[in-house]
Design a protein around this ligand. Structure first.
Ligand code: WT7
Length: 653
């Protein structure tokens, strides 16, 4: 079926060319899809090159708008208030539909609740909720009054939550008592109370929470305590009348913490107008969303995918979507296919790890369902291997669906390289072509841009509306991380392009295949985890001297975590110690980051300048035992370490 908005490659090529050659005209046309209290007068003002002044990115200058207004009021004013916004599906057998009118009323009331807690434009609100409707509602309530939300994924530990709350200085936290994840009760209140205690004890952070608002989702988590204010009680006393705060184009919209190759997670900043245009425009084109379609994204709002492709992009387009609290394999591996048939889902968006996991249960599960409503199947978060791509296309899509392998990042705000359904001819394993306005450049090891078919560092040559505007409170880290690229000898090889941190390959047809990170970031089940963070967590273990972490290939997770740990003299790597080390990571970061394998390292392989030779560790983690496959090992200080590591690898667990 030809796409509704772009029906073939000729049209894509024409629009893509225009987006680069006449950006004012192109974005002028795209801007018509939104309500602007005041229209922009200048498309953008951008400086990527720090030698010419601070790196700075501004789009749609002079405009005033509001994302909550565009996501709700505008549709209601157009008579679509009774349309379903969310079909909510609980972990077990609960479900409920919410219309745009209902969501609007909840958003207005909760915005007033936030105001009653002293929240004003520019203040930060932390949100730590499971996938209940209150999560997008709380985000939109912030947007409505100009508060900045900082959503923390519900799988993060108390420590991780506390450090994010302290960094963004949120005084209000919105959470829930507990939630069932498959068969397991997650007691969010315990975690929140621990985070609260950590904050109170942390003199250096010098930050405390003033209010903890609790959605009562699962009473098994225990009764609320004095410091908890029930959501329902606050909502009952709140007015449903809440005027919109008109925001300037570059007013902050949200912070979202993400891992990098070094140091603590960084608060990625997205602002108003550019993010609105990018999330909504990509949603419409990449999913070929047509009025009346039912769309379902399985991501959690705690990640960027849930921000851009649950809360904002779809809502701004007035879409009807499924909001799913559960996990794809509970109570059976048919859960997704049942939901797709129940709501006649047209677009389904999930991660390769979910596809591989469902694939492992066998095709009888999808094959036992109609699935004929499906038109577009999306993939996000990590490279999708051709085998999973083909299974997804054949057994879920029945050969009738477009597969949208969407490459993007927390920092890009929305899709960057992706097929357009019904226009882009597909190739398994390829994210295919750049979206409108995206100009990729592939650099060689000297930083030189390459032409035609090639492989190298993926960078983006010019700004696009959804680009991050900064790292909260750290301009220097922002400039160094995203706009400066160094080679092995620590020479700067690029300073005027956006550095993605990914490597890629381009074929003779101009199709892009993303091959993975070039930095020390591991992608586990589509979750991005920094090795530095993991190493600092492991070193909290009392008998740990030093730790080094690498990724290794895993059939379902994509990558899994492998830790090499040096223990104090006289300590042995017993199963108990391995367990204790995993536990440290669970409590410092979260269960999803726990290492899959840990092995003893008498010492770590290092160069004379003291750099850990991760290349060697990666080979060992991948199960390579032949030293001739380790590449150049001449710079290692003590070659005998390699044999010792290989010997100890036999006991990794
Ligand atoms: C990193 C960004 C994008 C939202 C969810 C993850 C990897 C993402 C793809 C894809 C190959 C992909 C990249 C990227 N990645 N999508 N379609 N093909 N790799 O966002 O946590 O910011 O992670 O995920 O390595 O840099 P994130």
């Amino acid at each position: 079926m030809a796409g509704a908005y772009v029906s073939n490659m000729a049209q894509y090529n024409k629009m893509y060319r225009q987006s680069l050659d006449e950006p004012e005209k192109f974005w002028g046309m795209m801007s018509k899809d939104f309500y602007w209290k005041e229209m922009w007068h200048t498309l953008n003002e951008v400086n990527f090159d720090y030698t010419k002044g601070p790196v700075s990115i501004k789009w749609f200058l002079g405009s005033k708008t509001n994302l909550a207004y565009n996501a709700l009021d505008r549709h209601i004013e157009a008579g679509k208030g009774d349309n379903i916004a969310f079909y909510w599906e609980g972990n077990d057998d609960e479900s409920r539909a919410y219309t745009y009118n209902e969501v609007y009323e909840m958003v207005c009331k909760f915005a007033n609740v936030l105001k009653s807690k002293g929240i004003k434009k520019g203040d930060t609100v932390a949100i730590y909720l499971p996938m209940v409707v209150e999560l997008p509602v709380a985000m939109l309530a912030c947007a409505r009054i100009g508060a900045v939300h900082s959503v923390v994924f519900g799988g993060f530990s108390a420590d991780a939550l506390a450090s994010r709350v302290a960094d963004c200085k949120a005084r209000v936290l919105v959470t829930a008592d507990g939630v069932m994840r498959a068969k397991k009760l997650v007691n969010l209140l315990d975690i929140v109370d621990n985070a609260d205690k950590i904050l109170k004890a942390d003199k250096e952070a010098n930050h405390k929470l003033d209010s903890i608002i609790v959605v009562e989702r699962n009473s098994k988590a225990g009764p609320l305590k004095e410091q908890h204010e029930p959501w329902n009680k606050l909502m009952a006393g709140a007015s449903a009348d809440c005027p919109v705060e008109w925001m300037d184009a570059e007013d902050p919209l949200f912070l979202l913490y993400t891992s990098g190759s070094t140091g603590k997670p960084k608060g990625v900043l997205h602002t108003t107008a550019g993010y609105m245009v990018w999330s909504a425009t990509t949603f419409k084109y990449v999913f070929d969303y047509r009025p009346g379609d039912v769309y379902w994204c399985t991501a959690d709002c705690g990640w960027i995918t849930g921000h851009s492709y649950i809360t904002y992009g779809p809502m701004i387009n007035g879409a009807t979507q499924v909001l799913f609290e559960g996990v794809p394999t509970h109570p059976t591996p048919a859960r997704c296919w049942e939901i797709i048939d129940k709501y006649k889902v047209n677009q389904f968006y999930t991660a390769p790890t979910a596809v591989r996991s469902l694939m492992s249960f066998g095709e009888q599960y999808p094959e036992g369902h109609s699935l004929k409503s499906l038109r577009v199947l999306g993939s996000v978060g990590e490279p999708i291997n051709p085998e999973a791509w083909r299974w997804y296309s054949k057994h879920v899509g029945r050969g009738q669906c477009s597969i949208s392998d969407t490459w993007w990042q927390t920092e890009t705000g929305g899709h960057m390289i992706t097929p357009l359904p019904g226009a882009t001819p597909q190739k398994p394993g390829f994210a295919t072509k750049p979206f409108f306005g995206v100009e990729p450049a592939i650099l060689d090891p000297d930083g030189k841009e390459q032409d035609g078919a090639c492989a190298g560092y993926l960078t983006i040559k010019r700004s696009w509306p959804g680009q991050l505007r900064g790292i909260y409170g750290d301009q220097e880290r922002f400039e160094k991380t995203y706009f400066q690229l160094f080679n092995g000898a620590n020479e700067m090889i690029s300073k005027d392009k956006y550095i993605t941190g990914d490597a890629c390959r381009r074929d003779k047809d101009g199709y892009y295949c993303i091959t993975g990170r070039i930095d020390d970031v591991i992608n586990v089940s589509g979750h991005r985890i920094g090795t530095a963070e993991l190493e600092s967590a492991l070193s909290q273990f009392e008998h740990c001297v030093e730790a080094a972490v690498v990724g290794f290939p895993h059939p379902i997770k994509g990558e899994a975590i492998y830790a090499f740990v040096t223990l104090e003299q006289g300590y042995e790597m017993t199963p108990e110690v391995q367990k204790a080390l995993k536990q440290v990571v669970r409590s410092e970061i979260g269960a999803f980051a726990a290492p899959d394998k840990i092995q003893f390292a008498p010492a770590l392989p290092k160069t004379r300048s003291g750099k850990i030779m991760r290349r060697i560790l990666r080979r060992i983690a991948a199960g390579v035992t032949d030293v001739s496959e380790f590449g150049d090992i001449s710079t290692i200080t003590d070659p005998s370490i390699i044999d010792e590591l290989l010997e100890n690898a036999k006991h990794a667990s």
